[in-house]
Ligand binder design. Sequence first.
Ligand code: NAD
Ligand code: UGA
Length: 467
Amino acid sequence: MSEWDLKILCMGAGYVGGPTMAVIAKQCPKIRVVVGDISQKQIDGWNSDNLPIYEPGLLEVVKEARGRNLFFSTDLDKEIQEADIVFISVNTPTKTSGIGAGRAANIKNCELCARQIAKVAKSDKIVVEKSTVPVRTASAIQRILKSNENGNSFQVLSNPEFLAEGTAITDLMNPDRVLIGGQQTPEGLKAAETLASVYANWIPREQILTTNLWSSELSKLVANAFLAQRVSSINSISALCESTGADVSEISRAVGMDDRIGKRFLQSSVGFGGSCFQKDILNLVYLCETYGLQECADYWRGVINMNDFQKRRFSEKVVAAMFNTVTGKKISILGYAFKKDTGDVRETPSMFVVRDLLQEGAKLHIYDPQVSREDMWSEMSYTCGVNHDNTPRLDESVTTEDDVYKTCEGSHGVCILTEWDEFKTLDFKKIYDSMAKPAFFFDGRLICDHKALREIGFEVYAIGKPD
Ligand code: NAD
Ligand code: UGA
């Protein structure tokens, strides 16, 4: 008799696999949870107190369960054999070449996991898609699993994750809902019930939804598309506000107080970033195109076009305000992460502004409380193609600082690009006094008191606000 009620393996120890499994382990001490990854560095990080990702409250949760019923390992073959349930929580980035390049999601990593499970499994298993995937991926996984030579049976479930970075632990502890899609057969329904009973250890049953596989896979893409659409909608209005004298914050408030519309996700900004919004909408666009629904594809593509416009508009505003040239000028960038309370820089809008200002010849000084210079460069190279090989004197043009006041010293302009709480309470008088004059201030997150800044002497430009 095993000492455990159930054994879970999660393949992929990233932003989703790590926190999700840590919370399952915390909430279910009788379940053995192993998080596996092909990256030794990633696993070493999870086994230390210097976790590979920054997420408020995560270290406490990991420390509570690690060594008790939560383990991190690179020995995937062994752990696949042990597990009753195998989650696949690997990255599914947008394809960069080949068919569907720039739109389709690359599910290569999911397929590799399925092949490895098929190859080494010696008992029946439930395989759970946690990664965000194109609709009908489960059928590909099911077919691959069939190649298992030991004649084991596998039930594939879809269980997409809805956590947001920066609030992952609270989202996982109190999710709006958990979604489980499965085959509508007795075996499929039984597998879905097994997974539901894991979540039912801390989540009310009525919040655990079960659907068919394809609805579950597609719901994930739709949820992200709707959220991003709200940000693009309010950002489109921010441009109109700047031209008309209306104030975007007043509009968000007035519109959001209608219960049918709701208050959340109406915060105008320099644009949305993160690893998923753009990727998942592109995935939806590609799916629509694949099924011959070009109008639907164009509709969703518009959400991304608006986001690109918003990021570009911000850079153009900076250049236009500073007498149409920033060449040789020092500009301070406050915030590089794609949102507060994370060190994640994937698709961060800050990077696009930095790229544009670099192309204009500005000298940039960047401060972010959680982002390392190394991460900044690797994302810049991956997403924007800007790197030390093709851009001479890159290191001379960008200085990263760990003191916010030093970052701003002597600068001609300051840009707020991530809404870190600490930026709200800075000593702006001290910053103003240390800057070149006129001192420009660009608020890309609408977190500062613009009236107070103007009284200090700043020339303030803010998204969606009259100048
Ligand atoms: P990530 O890049 O942080 O982590 C993925 C991990 O998978 C990496 O550590 C990588 O080494 C590992 N990996 C890749 N191939 C592997 C293999 N064959 N075997 C074992 N490990 C392997 O990615 P993430 O942000 O955690 O996202 C994972 C999935 O979840 C994506 O599909 C994403 O769209 C989705 N998602 C992400 C978030 C988020 O907030 N980041 C939220 C919801 C859903
Ligand atoms: C988002 C979704 O909120 C999660 O439900 C989903 O699980 C996740 O994507 C995913 O699939 O990866 P995340 O990207 O971590 O989560 O963060 P969000 O809070 O959604 O913010 C995304 C971007 O939109 C950020 O750049 C944020 O600053 C921006 N945003 C958000 C705005 O500009 N305005 C808003 O009102 C809200």
